[in-house]
Design a protein. Structure first.
Length: 261
C-alpha cells in the first residue's frame, strides 16, 4: 500500500506543472461557455434566435432557455469521449513520447502499481474536469438568470451528469491499452477520433444502444428521449465488460510485453 501511494504521488508530481492539464480544463470549459451563449441567444426568441444546425438541434431536443436545458447540455458535453480520451492518451503514452518509459520501469515499484497509480490519477483528473465545468456552468446559469430552477430538477440533472461521467471514465481503459501498445499518445488519439465517429454513425443507424461508446451520449439525452428509452441492461453491461477488458489488457501488456523493443 505504501508503494502504491508513492507511485500515485509520483504521478501527481510529474503532471502538476504540465501545460496539458490546463489545456484540458480550458478546452472542457468551452462547453458551459458555448452553452451559455446558446441560452442567451434563445432567451429572447426561443429557437428562432438560433440558426442552422443549432436551431435544428434545439427543435429536435425541445430546448428552451432554462436550467433544465442548460444542465442537459452540460451532460451531453460530458458524453463525448474526446477530452477524457485525450487525458488517458497523454497519461499512459507520455513516457514513451518523452523517451522516459525505461526509466519508469527501472523504479523499485511493481509495474501493476505504476499503472494503478496512472488509472487513479486519470480518474482524479476527469472528476476535477467535470466538477470545474459544473461550477462554471452554475455560475453562468445564475448570471444569465435562467428560469426553472428547483432542487428536484437539479438533482435529476446532476444524476445524469455524473452517471454519464462515470461511463465515459470507464470506457477509456482501452485507450490506455492503445497508448502502451502504440508506445505514445498519437495512436490512442487516433483511436479516440475513430470511436467518436463510429459512435455518431452507429447511433444514427439506431444501434447505439449496443455500441459502448455511443451509450453515454444517448444516456445524456443528446439523441432525444426516444433513443434514451431504447437503452437497456445490456447497454450498461457492455460498458462494464469493455472497461474490464481494457483494464486487464493494459495491465497484462505492461506487465509481460518486451519493453526493450
Amino acid at each position: 500500500m505504501k508503494q502504491q501511494w508513492k507511485a500515485f504521488i509520483a504521478e501527481i508530481l510529474k503532471n502538476r506543472h504540465s501545460r496539458i492539464t490546463w489545456v484540458t480544463f480550458i478546452a472542457f470549459s468551452l462547453a458551459p461557455l458555448f452553452g451559455g451563449v446558446f441560452m442567451l441567444l434563445m432567451k429572447g426568441n426561443g429557437s428562432e434566435g438560433l440558426s442552422g444546425a443549432f436551431k435544428a438541434k434545439a427543435i429536435l431536443l425541445s430546448f428552451e432557455a432554462n436550467w433544465n436545458s442548460y444542465l442537459g447540455l452540460l451532460s451531453q458535453a460530458v458524453g463525448v469521449v474526446l477530452i477524457f480520451g485525450f487525458v488517458a492518451s497523454w497519461l499512459f503514452g507520455r513516457e514513451y513520447s518523452d523517451g522516459t518509459a525505461k526509466d519508469l520501469l527501472a523504479l523499485p515499484i511493481s509495474r501493476v502499481k505504476i499503472l494503478n497509480a496512472k488509472f487513479s490519477y486519470y480518474i482524479l483528473w476527469c472528476i476535477a474536469l467535470v466538477l470545474s465545468n459544473l461550477l462554471l456552468g452554475l455560475l453562468i446559469g445564475f448570471s444569465l438568470r435562467l428560469p426553472g430552477w428547483d432542487l428536484e430538477m437539479f438533482a435529476n440533472n446532476i444524476q445524469v451528469y455524473f452517471i454519464t461521467t462515470l461511463m465515459i471514465i470507464f470506457l477509456n481503459t482501452p485507450i490506455a491499452f492503445f497508448a502502451l501498445y502504440g508506445k505514445g499518445f498519437m495512436a490512442p488519439l487516433g483511436i479516440v477520433a475513430i470511436l467518436l465517429v463510429l459512435a455518431q454513425v452507429i447511433g444514427a443507424l439506431g444501434f447505439g444502444n449496443f455500441f459502448p461508446w455511443a451509450v453515454p451520449g444517448i444516456y445524456s439525452g443528446s439523441g432525444g428521449a426516444d433513443l434514451k428509452a431504447g437503452l437497456n441492461l445490456m447497454s450498461y453491461l457492455i460498458i462494464v465488460i469493455t472497461s474490464i477488458i481494457g483494464y486487464f489488457s493494459t495491465i497484462l501488456w505492461w506487465k509481460y510485453s518486451d519493453q526493450t523493443k
